[in-house]
Design a protein around this ligand. Structure first.
Ligand code: PEP
Ligand code: MG
Length: 890
């Protein structure tokens, strides 16, 4: 086995395609060297060594030593120096490099190979004794920190004390002799902090120590934690790069810097970076000195007084920008590079695809496509669907947010339930929210939890914050649907509605106080934090058009109010995938009628109330059909348990009693009759249709009459899809369908324009998925209700999950919240089975998904794989779903 790969100095064993074996850094160093760029030579010990090291119980594979010695010899030959030589010493850097960049691991040791002898060699080679001893003390400190685990403070204290004693201000006041003194003190500090073991003098011991530290750090807690959260398997391992040193700290013609080939914040095609004269790499990172901008343009933009590299070293600048464009063209993406200038000569130390904000990713993808650097499909793939979310809502300005955090203005942190940001005054009540909004005030609704009765308050609010409930709690689902930012499950909130106060651990805010909510992170800030508005034209529109060309899945929306339907259509929804009709029953003008219907003790009373509801419901559907034109509109018949509509407070009870002419006693009695122990598994869904056929009949009539009316009015035939919720058996579908079809046959002949309608069912109970073949004999489409299917498959209540799911995720029982990302192994298996069994009976069966997962990129990829017809999600997630569907197809 080849365990060690050489790079640079005219010959490289590896290239960029070998990231898995050489790690990102090693593969790109080899690639840059092969491109003829100035890369200091070195060698890479492969990730396979790391894996073997752990397989062998922290021992190296046998052949490694010989290969290491050979590569070290080669490196000596390439650099014309000798490792450990007293007169002509080779010094190296040692760096980790996994496939994916991985914070938490040992990073870098510079100047390795220095000891009391070789430091003199470096002094005479460079002709600069001060530089040599400065490098030596840096090495001791860095090595002791990352390899021997001695904290920086130990060394910083020694240096500060020394400078104080000598009356020095700056490190530059230190002369060679001063550094020699300090080095002596550093070494005794190592002795006493390293279990009595001295600092290693033998360069080979130093090198193996550093290599061992890199491999050891692969399994430290921070690295394990990072891997777990970023889905990186432990089996990947890390590589170690040993590279000959070049010195950015050899005086004023030397420098070191980092740069992005384009602006990673905005995407602007402007070389972006910083550098320090007479410094080593870690000085830029450590922030001891403030680096200067590289280009004049950038310096001007920043209003920086520091001289840019373009001015101090014009030749190097020219060379660097040439290298940058060569790298961009070669990798066809924005690069994040590190470089060092040693006495006027440029060296490249690293290149990789640069991390970027969502805005930058978008701007760059479109610009690079226009430059001809990448194709439209590639441009689409450059923007992660999850990132897109950040572009669709007003966003908190990141600088302002960092400042607010530093000022200690984070009030509480909960679940990031619905993205976007909003500023407003605190209210604790939905009516209060509606009143304030009517006066033009921006309010933030803070509740223990929300219920369907809060819809108007949620609509009136700029954002919603709850103390209880998870990612599919009522607040979360409804807020996402409305595009309102929402933070939920902020368990440390203590709300005292009577006092008009909310507190977190003694920190109290009052009704009317201003807060800023960041739904993308789940944070709530005291006071205002500055925001920026999204731009949905231009680049955004281009990417979405290219995504639409690439995808095969259709994207619909879950919406019921005309405003939401309109928003979704503008975001590109190709139809409605779920209109939850119960949401239409809570409007102020109809809730009394709905209550009268529920309270009726017989069919006659119910029918009277339904007569009143019919025209309202019909006009709801007309509004939707008008907006959606010839696009399919899936309308679900009433689903929730009836008691959700019942009045809660005594005042409301009295009001309803008055309105319906029924006594309060009677009303209370009826409410208790409706009470259920497990309403989610109770009298809901098509079970309502079985018991009270007249409700579904009214809804079906409203749908078909609305279709006829809108067809007449606009000349365009609406495409209604009537959906039956919560079925478990074919018999339920057959029974409901027969009634719906009968209604259609009664209503539709009146239409001059032919209305094509479908009757189908939700698949949201395990039995329905298992019996999908029977059900497909009756149903004309399936829509997977993965919220209920997750709830019933996992046996976890959607509304109570927040209490323990956090622990489940922390302990790795479920990797992700199964109400957010489909549990593919379990619930997904039922979806797959249901789709297959359904299509075994009807090969062309329309199949969609309308649970919250319909807007989740990973779940969308799964749906694409199953050959679903469409996904449906809340309006503000429609663009995310379009992009995710394109990614799945590409
Ligand atoms: C579902 O169960 O996935 C669904 C879409 O219906 P609801 O969330 O309204 O129960
Ligand atoms: Mg459901």
């Amino acid at each position: 086995t080849k365990w060690v790969y050489d790079f640079g100095g005219g010959a490289s064993d590896g290239d960029a395609s070998m990231k898995n074996l050489l790690g990102g850094k090693g593969a790109n160093l080899a690639e840059m060297a092969s491109l003829g760029l100035p890369v200091p030579p070195g060698f890479t010990i492969t990730t396979a060594v790391c894996t073997a090291f752990y397989d062998l119980g922290r021992k190296y594979p046998e052949e490694l030593d010989a290969q290491f010695e050979a590569s070290l010899k080669t490196l000596e030959a390439k650099t014309d120096k000798e490792f450990g030589s007293a007169t002509n010493p080779l010094l190296v850097s040692v760096r980790s490099g996994a496939r994916a960049s991985m914070p938490g691991m040992m990073d870098t040791v510079l100047n390795l190979g220095l000891n009391d002898t070789t430091v003199e060699g470096l002094a005479s080679l460079s002709g600069d004794k001060r530089f040599a001893y400065d490098s030596y003390r840096r090495f001791i400190q860095m090595y002791s920190n990352v390899v021997l685990n001695i904290t920086h403070d130990v060394f910083e204290d020694i240096l500060e004390d020394y400078k104080d004693l000598q009356g020095y201000e700056l490190d530059t006041d230190m002369q060679a002799e001063d550094w020699q003194d300090v080095i002596g003190k550093y070494k005794s500090a190592v002795l006493s902090n390293n279990g009595g073991k001295p600092f290693p003098e033998d360069p080979k011991d130093q090198l193996w120590g550093a290599i061992g530290a890199v491999f050891g750090s692969w399994m430290n807690d921070r690295a394990i934690f990072y891997r777990k959260h970023n889905d990186i398997p432990a089996s990947w391992g890390t590589a170690v790069n040993v590279q000959s040193m070049v010195f950015g700290n050899m005086g004023d013609t030397s420098a070191t810097g980092v740069a992005f080939t384009r602006d990673p914040g905005t995407g602007q095609n402007l070389f972006y970076g910083e550098y320090l004269i007479n410094a080593q790499g870690e000085d830029v990172v450590a922030g001891i000195r403030t680096p200067a901008p590289i280009s004049k343009a950038r310096a001007a933009e920043m209003g920086s007084d520091d001289e840019p590299l373009e001015v101090t070293m014009p030749d190097v600048y020219q060379q660097l920008t040439d290298v940058a464009s060569k790298l961009e063209n070669h990798y066809r993406d924005m690069q994040d590079i590190e470089f060092t200038v040693e006495q006027g000569k440029l060296y490249m130390l690293q290149t990789r695809n640069g991390k970027r904000t969502a805005q930058a990713a978008l701007a760059m993808a479109v610009e690079m496509c226009k430059e001809g650097l990448i194709t439209e499909d590639e441009a689409v793939l450059r923007l992660a669907p999850a990132q897109l979310d950040q572009l669709l809502h007003p966003m908190i300005d990141q600088d302002a947010k960092a400042a607010a955090t530093a000022e200690g203005r984070v009030f509480v942190k909960g679940l990031p339930a619905s993205p976007g940001a909003a500023i407003g005054k605190i209210v604790f009540d939905s009516d209060e929210a509606a009143d304030a909004a009517a006066k033009g005030e921006d309010v933030i609704l803070i509740r223990i939890e929300t219920s369907p009765e809060d819809i108007h308050g949620m609509h009136a609010s700029k954002a919603i914050v709850t103390a209880r409930g998870g990612m599919t709690s009522h607040a979360a689902v409804v807020a996402r649907g409305m595009g309102r930012p929402c933070v939920c499950g902020a368990g440390s909130l203590r709300i005292n509605k009577e006092l008009g106060e909310v507190s977190v651990a003694g920190d109290t805010l009052k009704r009317g106080d201003i807060v800023t909510v960041d739904g993308a992170t789940g944070e709530v800030f005291k006071g205002r934090v500055a925001m920026i508005e999204p731009d949905l034209s231009g680049d955004f529109a281009h990417i979405m058009e290219w995504a639409d060309n690439a995808r095969t899945l259709s994207v619909r929306t879950n919406a019921e109010t005309p405003a939401d339907v309109e928003v979704a259509k503008n975001f590109g929804a190709e139809g409605i995938g779920l209109c939850r009709t119960e949401h239409m029953f809570f409007d102020a003008d109809r809730i009394p009628v709905v209550r009268a219907m529920i309270l009726a003790s017989n069919e006659k009373g119910r029918k009277e109330a339904l007569e009143k509801l019919l025209p309202m419901q019909r006009s709801d559907f007309e509004a939707i059909f008008r907006i959606m034109g010839d696009k399919p509109c899936n309308i679900r018949l009433l689903d929730p348990p009836l008691h959700e509509f019942m009045p809660h407070s005594d005042e409301e009870m009295a009001e309803v009693a008055k309105g319906s002419g029924v006594s309060i006693e009677m009303l209370t009695h009826r409410a208790s009759e409706l009470h259920e122990s497990n309403p989610m598994l109770g009298h809901r869904g098509c079970r309502l249709g079985v018991t009270y056929p007249e409700i579904y009949e009214m809804q079906a009539r409203a749908i078909f009459e609305a279709a006829v009316n809108v067809a007449k009015e606009t000349g365009i035939a609406p495409v209604p899809e009537v959906m039956i919720p919560l079925v478990a058996t074919k018999a339920e579908v057959a029974l409901m369908k027969a009634r719906i079809v009968k209604m259609a046959e009664a209503v539709l002949p009146k239409s001059a324009i032919k209305i094509d309608y479908l009757v189908g069912t939700m698949i949201e109970l395990p039995r329905a998925a298992l019996r999908a073949a029977d059900i497909a004999e009756e149903a004309e489409f399936f829509s997977f209700g993965t919220n209920d299917l997750t709830q019933t498959t996992l046996g976890i209540s959607r509304d109570d999950a927040a209490r323990f799911l956090g622990d489940y995720e922390k302990q790795g029982i479920y990797e992700k919240d199964p109400f957010v990302t489909l549990d593919i192994e379990g619930v997904g298996e039922l979806v797959k089975l249901g789709a297959e069994r359904g299509r075994s009976v009807k090969p062309d069966l329309k199949i969609g998904i309308c649970g919250e997962h319909g807007g989740d990129p990973a779940s969308i990829a799964f749906c694409h794989g199953l050959g679903m017809t469409y996904v449906s999600c809340s309006p503000y997630r429609v663009p995310v779903a379009r992009l995710a569907a394109a990614h799945a197809a590409l």
